[in-house]
Design a protein around this ligand. Structure first.
Ligand SMILES: [Zn+2]
Length: 163
């Protein structure tokens, strides 16, 4: 089977839902885990390491009957800052947008610093400033002010350690 045919099979059309395209290779698994998609009953098609003319390789997720809220979109952008999100209704793309790295993220990820107050005080919602340093996504805790590479925060939150 050629890669082109493979691509077409993997990007099988969905009636209603969301297509997340141009995900960096490996991050599709993290997206499935972060949003607990495998624990729900939505129809999901995932392509790993598909050929991409602009990225080399990419992952893609098609999930039925899901739309992302603004805060979920920000969480998604932490994992896949270069992804494209397509909202599908009746097999048609009704909305399409590129993700952008948010400048701040609240609630989604716990701080890797075990002495951080967010681990002690229940009212303290984890919160990070997001920035890039030499192309790498960095996360700075609002409370303990420690700076972590994204992969450190992800692996602390039981997500795969992907560069
Ligand atoms: Zn902290």
């Amino acid at each position: 089977m050629s890669e082109t045919t493979n691509d077409k099979l993997l990007v099988e059309a969905i009636a209603n839902g969301t297509v997340i395209d141009h995900i960096a290779p490996g991050q599709a698994m993290n997206i499935l885990r972060l949003f607990n998609f495998l624990g729900k009953h939505n129809h999901i098609t995932v392509g790993f390491n598909l050929r991409s003319s602009d990225m080399g390789y990419k992952d893609i997720i098609k999930i039925s009957d899901v739309t992302f809220s603004p805060s979920e979109t920000e969480q998604l952008a932490i994992l896949a800052p270069d992804a494209t999100v397509n909202s599908i209704q009746d097999f048609k793309v009704v909305d399409k947008y590129n993700l952008r790295l948010p400048s701040e993220i609240k609630g989604a990820f716990n701080c890797p610093n075990s002495n951080c107050i967010t681990h002690v005080e229940k009212g303290a919602t984890p919160r990070f400033r997001i920035f890039k340093d030499e192309g790498k996504v960095m996360m700075r805790c609002h409370y303990c002010e420690r700076v972590f590479a994204r992969k450190v925060v992800l692996s602390h939150n039981d997500l795969a350690n992907i560069k």
